[in-house]
Write a new protein. Sequence first.
Length: 222
Amino acid sequence: MKRFIRSLRRQPGGPSDRAVWQAASLLLAYPDEQLHQRLDTVDALLVHADEAPAGLLARTVTALRASDPMAAAVDYVETFDMRRRSTLFLTYWTGGDTRNRGMQMLAFATAYRDAGAEPPPGEAPDHLPVVLEFAAQVDPQAGRRLLLAHRVPIDVLHKSLTDAGSPYAHTIAAVCHTLPAATDQEVRNVSELMTSGPPAEAVGLQPYSATVVLGMPKVPTR
């Protein structure tokens, strides 16, 4: 990570976005015993990010530093595992429980392999922290394309976290700062998804489960 931070330079565009993506990836990881070490790394990354997203990320850092470790862990599970509207799996909103979701997850893994990386063990390829780390450290252009293609799910996540008063909403807002403003159609799509939920179809997704794997630095999880 120190080498990655040294590679960043304060220039317009890419380097700042990469710093934001890596910081967001670390903040969206499960708050285990490595949390405070990750928060120190995020602080170092924010020096290389533009002011607006850096300020947003700093708000999440402040909230996590002030949290009791056990309370932070419980809050994380309640926020991302118990509430479907704030899931970190991007294809949940575009594919739901349909055959399409399996193919969409495979598209993530294919993008990683095309960039010379293998999906990380034990993580679904559409898990937002994984996508952000790929964009930051492996292939910024391919990573940006994945984020842009899933702008609506990211906006749904942001709205859900904001409505819940979660400090993680600031992190997602920072990620949105690295992307073009949502179009009117994307805004309508967010509203529709928040009302109707994802597509539904009674099919199994076992062939495309979270066992698909990428040789990127491992995002800490439970």
